[in-house]
Write a protein that binds this ligand. Structure first.
Ligand SMILES: NC(=O)c1ccc[n+]([C@@H]2O[C@H](COP(=O)([O-])OP(=O)(O)OC[C@H]3O[C@@H](n4cnc5c(N)ncnc54)[C@H](O)[C@@H]3O)[C@@H](O)[C@H]2O)c1
Length: 417
């Protein structure tokens, strides 16, 4: 057995945490039962670089039940749930992750994961794939394929494919509707507010909450903040989502204007330098800053440091910056994705769908990788349909079926008024 976790003695707590998640993940449970019977991953090593949460734990166990040797490292220094990591280590999962890991150890854990010579890599942010393509190129001979969980990772991989730099096929789990329409929107929407409240416990009613980026994540955050009574302002760089935000009833304006009026600033763009020095200079005393985008580059913390004379931790996951002009600013979880660092990440019920996509795509890749070239692929549509059907059934929701006459009508052009 091979693992490195913070404290193996908390495994029992982790088992309870996993059991709690499992109750909300019926789709993945049914896939696990099928894997247990068919063993699609017998003799196969799967390397997972994901947020080590209770939901990831359920995915890792499902893959293990399918016969895989599973190796797991974290995809962010602040998102590992240590009790879950300990419980997984006790369950034959090779885990290398702990919360608060240093930069050097983070990469050390990625390398130890790759030492197992995986056949398939499953990333959240493309870190394993980047490492294989840069410092661990010897593995390019043995890796069959990869899977990517998040928007930022998919953007990186598509850029690699465009440059001819991608050397093995990857499936963009993020881009499938049962993932991004639910996980990014409802998951990030709810858990970002959860992170904000756990870190600050402020009353949102009446506050001006500025949401940067109105994509799948930002639109979910705006909706939930508004639901709690916040007055929501959206900033965008793309006219289409900006128009959507306007018609959804939010005020849309450039960040330089929003900076002057906001009480809370939440970024979810996948971009860098969304909040920088020129914005901090305009903000009110007491402004709260948080990020839910994948990397900690959306809020330019070095600029905040330059403007400050001191800083101190005032609550768990909340740092107070005292600026030279006497104003204070509050940064949540070092500007790292706050829904995982200051809360527990997405609720299990929504990860049920994302990780069902990961599990079924992994099975599909084992059967099909030889037919693929080094490109970024979509999740096969039949997998997406299967997940929506299973999820609806688990929720007791029934829908209508097309009659043969309706089917004919919808696929023809002759019939009109
Ligand atoms: N925290 C989580 O658990 C979680 C979950 C899913 C995705 N993500 C991450 O969140 C980020 C956003 O994902 P998404 O799926 O919403 O992407 P998306 O592409 O749907 O939306 C991003 C939006 O941000 C806008 N944008 C880009 N630069 C901007 C800027 N400088 N100012 C204002 N708006 C800007 C874009 O025009 C776009 O509309 C990504 O980094 C993704 O990986 C995080």
């Amino acid at each position: 057995m091979n693992y490195q976790v913070k404290d193996i003695t908390i495994a029992k707590q982790g088992q309870q945490t996993l059991a709690w998640a499992r109750r909300e993940m019926p789709v993945l449970n049914s896939i696990e039962a099928e894997f247990r019977k068919n063993k699609p991953f017998k003799g196969i090593t799967l390397a997972l670089c994901l947020h080590v949460t209770k939901e990831t734990g359920i995915l890792a166990l499902a893959l293990r039940e399918g016969g895989a040797r599973v190796v797991l490292c974290g995809s962010n220094p602040l998102s590992t749930q240590d009790d879950v990591a300990a419980a997984l280590a006790k369950e034959d999962i090779n885990v290398f992750a702990w919360r608060g890991i240093s930069h050097a150890d983070y990469y050390n854990c990625l390398n130890r994961t790759l030492d197992f010579k995986p056949h398939i890599t499953i990333d959240d942010g493309a870190d394993l794939i980047s490492l294989i393509h840069s410092k661990r190129t010897e593995l390019l001979k043995t890796v069959w394929a990869g899977q990517e969980e998040t928007t930022t990772g998919v953007i990186r991989l598509k850029a690699m494919a465009k440059d001819g730099a991608l050397k093995y096929p990857v499936v963009a789990i993020n881009d499938t509707p049962t993932k991004h329409m639910f996980d990014n929107h409802y998951g990030t929407g709810q858990s970002t507010i959860d992170g904000l409240l756990r870190a600050t416990n402020i009353l949102l009613a009446g506050k001006i909450v500025v949401v940067a980026g109105y994509g799948d994540c930002g639109s979910g955050i705006a909706k939930r903040a508004q639901g709690l009574g916040a007055r929501v302002v959206v900033t965008e760089v793309n006219p289409l989502p900006a128009l959507k935000a306007t018609m959804d009833g939010y005020k849309v304006m450039p960040m330089k204007e929003a900076a002057k009026i906001g009480d809370v600033f939440l970024t979810a763009t996948g971009d860098k330098d969304v909040l920088v020095g020129e914005h901090f200079k305009l903000m009110k005393d007491g402004a709260i800053l948080g990020n839910s985008g994948h990397f900690n580059v959306e809020i330019k913390v070095p600029d905040l440091d330059k403007l400050s004379k001191s800083k101190k931790i005032v609550r768990a996951n909340l740092e107070e910056f005292t600026l030279r002009d006497g104003r204070h600013m509050y940064l949540i979880a070092e500007g790292r994705l706050m829904n995982l660092a200051a809360a527990e990440g997405h609720p299990s019920a929504v990860m049920d769908m994302s990780f069902a996509g990961q599990a079924l795509t992994c099975e599909w890749l084992v059967k099909n990788y030889k037919k693929l070239s080094p490109e970024v692929y979509d999740v096969p549509q039949e997998i997406d349909e299967r997940i929506s059907k299973l999820k609806l059934a688990s929720m007791g929701v029934k829908i209508d079926t097309l009659t043969p006459d309706q089917q004919k009508y919808l696929s023809s052009w002759q019939e009109g008024t």
